[in-house]
Design a protein around this ligand. Structure first.
Ligand SMILES: *Cc1c(COP(=O)(O)O)cnc(C)c1O
Length: 370
């Protein structure tokens, strides 16, 4: 619903395509599943699909119902279900709609065998647990999986694993070693890299990479910015100043009065709060931009509003544009910086944008405006 309250999420689908192409340039030997789970990390599943349908090698998501919806909308590329099948109905959909399912445990493989028909080829990604310890077969369970799969010659297998620390100190080598130990002399296709591995570990790509966060223009690394990586932000969260307060020294701001002015200050109240998806735990000092100038948030974020420091932006007043994150007319504030200030990652900020925030599709942002 378009509302007159000034908050907006501005989405630039052309930037998703730019970022996808960047992923492919980093992994030129690989095909890529564009990861569009969680409503394309909060950007809108269909916006991402429409931006990429002419170019993506495949799409990866979670829910079988969404995979079927993509097929019914004419998507012809492989579609990967990252947590696999949950029910007999899902198995029937996998067959009818030619979906690719992750299979990560024996119970799931048995669900497939009990409910599948194996008269036409079906594709699965057999997931190996190489140290993330979330999903996947281990040395204890993999032999039994191979035994079952040998009975099913119509099943095309890709071996897959997921990195726990591709963006961090431990890197990927230790997991690649375990992968090769488990895979033995496997000569078929493998799917390895997430965004961090795509950008920093060329040996950890495989036949299929799985870019997620980089498609949405945020950095998977704490110490490297999206701009430095050549990524373009896709989402701008913007709003406006709806209130102004002049504080005397000693004046406090917001619930709990957690911020106390040490001198006279001018405060702007912005129509954006945690019910819009802005993190409540963002502390005083979180970056924000008003009328093209960077400043900081002040005090506690409340449900519908937050405060920012306008002491050095005297030209700002009621109605002045605000960028919470992204590349708005009010200035650029990388989502990664807001996330870091709030002790989280841009993934969470994007996914948390609330349904009450109206979305505007606007590719001018991708072109680098303003
Ligand atoms: C979400 C997900 C990805 C994408 O990860 P990014 O860090 O967003 O690139 C890749 N693989 C799997 C299995 C995932 O669940």
């Amino acid at each position: 619903m378009k509302t007159s309250r000034p908050i907006r999420a501005r989405i630039a689908p052309a930037a998703i395509l730019h970022n996808y192409r960047l992923a492919k340039r980093h992994a030129p030997q690989s095909k890529a599943w564009a990861v569009i789970k969680a409503n394309a990390y909060g950007h809108g599943q269909w916006r991402a699909v429409d931006a990429l349908r002419g170019e993506a090698d495949g799409f990866a998501l979670l829910e079988c119902e969404n995979a079927v919806a993509l097929r019914e909308a004419g998507v012809t590329q492989p579609i990967l279900m990252l947590e696999g099948i949950f029910s007999a109905r899902d198995v029937r959909a996998v067959i009818e709609y030619r979906l690719t399912s992750v299979i990560h445990c024996l119970e799931q493989l048995e669900l497939l065998v009990r409910n599948g028909r194996f008269d036409t080829p079906i594709s699965v990604c057999l997931k190996l647990n190489t140290g993330m310890n979330r999903l996947g077969f281990t040395a204890a369970t993999l032999p039994r999986a191979w035994e079952i799969l040998q009975q099913l010659p119509q099943v095309d297998v890709t071996l897959m694993t997921h990195f726990a620390d591709a963006d961090g100190e431990r890197g990927v080598t230790w997991q690649l070693e375990r992968f090769h130990d488990l895979a033995g002399d496997w000569a078929g296709p493998v799917s390895l890299g997430n965004s961090a591995a795509i950008l920093s570990h060329p040996k950890a790509h495989g036949d299929w990479v799985r870019p997620g966060i980089m498609l949405y223009g945020a950095s998977p690394f704490a110490d490297q910015s999206a701009v430095d990586l050549g990524l373009r932000p896709v989402m701008t969260l913007e709003s406006a100043v709806i209130g102004i307060q002049d504080l005397v020294a000693g004046g406090r701001v917001g619930y709990g009065g957690t911020f106390t002015a040490d001198r006279p200050m001018r405060i702007g109240v912005v129509a954006c709060g945690y019910a819009d998806g802005y993190p409540r735990h963002a502390p005083t000092g979180t970056p924000i931009a008003v009328m093209g100038r960077r400043t900081r948030t002040i005090g506690r974020v409340s449900m519908d509003m937050l405060a920012c420091d306008l002491t050095d932006i005297p030209e700002a007043g009621i109605g002045s544009p605000v960028t919470l994150w992204g590349l708005g007319i009010a200035g650029a504030v990388p989502a990664d910086e807001v996330a870091a200030a709030a002790g989280t990652v841009a993934y969470e900020l994007f996914c948390a944008v609330a349904p009450r925030v109206p979305v505007i599709v606007d590719d001018a942002v991708a072109a680098g405006r303003p």
